[in-house]
Design a protein around this ligand. Sequence first.
Ligand code: FAD
Length: 518
Amino acid sequence: MAAKLLLLFAICRLIVIVGLTLNPTDFFRVGIIGRLSVDPHDITAASMDFGKTTRTEPTAVLHPATADDVAKLIKLAYQSPQGFAVSARGHGHSINGQSQVSNGVVVQMSSSGGTAAAPEVSENSMYVDVWGGELWIDVLKSTLQYGLAPKSWTDYLYLSVGGTLSNGGISGQAFNHGPQISNVHEMDVVTGKGQVLTCSKNKNPELFHSVLGGLGQFGIITRARIALEPSPQRVRWIRVLYSNFTAFTHDQEYLISLHNHPQSEKFDYIEGFVIVDEGLINNWRSSFFSPKNPVKISSLGASGKVLYCLEITKNYYDLSNPESIDQEVGDLLKKLNYIPASEFTTDLPYVDFLDRVHKAELKLRSKGLWEVPHPWLNLFVPKSRIADFDEGVFKGILGNKTSGPILIYPMNKNKWDEKSSVVTPDEDVFYLVALLRSALDNGEETLTLKHLSDENRKILEFCKEENIKVKQYLPHYTTEKEWMEHYGEKWHQIYRKKMEFDPRHILATGQRIFEPRF
Ligand code: FAD
């Protein structure tokens, strides 16, 4: 009874705030079987994201039980004279309020309380069908029961399938398998008109391509069919250092150029990071040593300089011959020009490697350093200008305090489907540069949110002034002009598809691309 009263209160509140000209009983009549909530706990959770810099309260939160629930809610928003906004929220790991909504309903896709369908693996066809709000860690757990695993990952697995597919989904496997959006066979999508459509390259292809990397603009993904491969059991994980940026990028580009070679002749994962932080160089780096060949980084003579770390892995199976793995890794390493004494090698189960960032999360949480503002900036930088970016940003704007990891790794553009909604630089190879920084309020001026946000602005201005044609990954803009610039030639296509699939601009208003039409 109390639950019914709460629901009635939720509906009345929605009607009052959104101004719907609906009778409360209409909500019962549309027959949503999930939970529509105005519980302050739900509202507060849906008002925030990982970035912790933007806060917007929704009117209500829907915990859907099925795709049909999502469709019924959207249909109501689409058909009611006043309309209201609807945003899917995966795990809320956006930075700038992208899954938030004002005057509307957040559809909480993850943590649906076990009501959504469990992953279904097809062993023969090597794919898994998953609910759009499923977290990648849970996708992995279910496919491993069949000795299978997805091919393309993000560095962190506590993100939802729908959330990463709406952006791209990248990690060190992208040079080889492409981003996660290149590894999806089929999806069920609820459009902005409330229709539930199955789409793939052959069926409703326009919707399929629009939704992949579509920032939630064209529909809510309720099911995705993800490609699988036999799961490796173990990983050889290697880090090597460079003080010379040209040598570093030359080696990274060489390694990703091997993508068409047989498995034994290439690495499975290629990333890298930049170490500009004096604190890191003097403290953390001193413990960065190889068990085989202990070396203090302070002995590398890189004091005051920027260092670059190449991070690579080789997957293998229990049945593999360890000597042949040593041989394959050794043959590849021989071709690289890193600082010889800087090799660090470890060996661990595949799952532990994939879930590595979660370990870091637990450590940061225990120190109260996870729930802090994250003014992250992610850029795709064309290969031809990465050296200019290094000079201007890593060796220039950043100074010697970074307040978080800075990732840098190249990808092959031919592994990205041009028809998807993502935009990447117009070159065969481009780099991800991810400035994953945390703002702290500990009295150090260089670590404050204002300082880091100012630096981000300076980096973007620098790229503009130097005509370095970067594209933001996980983009954040606030004006239509900026979005038009971001999409460039793709803008007309994005606009046309928006008109087709979400003509009232109901969906994902937190991205601030299209003004709602109600
Ligand atoms: P949310 O933040 O909840 O939503 C993001 C956007 O997608 C919103 O606009 C939302 O409306 C929309 N959306 C969500 N679910 C759906 C759905 N089912 N259908 C349609 N639209 C939907 N990204 C990488 O590519 N590689 C990485 O290695 C990586 N590492 C990360 C590590 C951390 C610690 C964090 C916080 C983020 C990382 N990201 C990475 C970024 C991450 O992929 C994006 O922020 C992604 O959007 C997060 O997924 P989410 O489920 O939290 O989405």
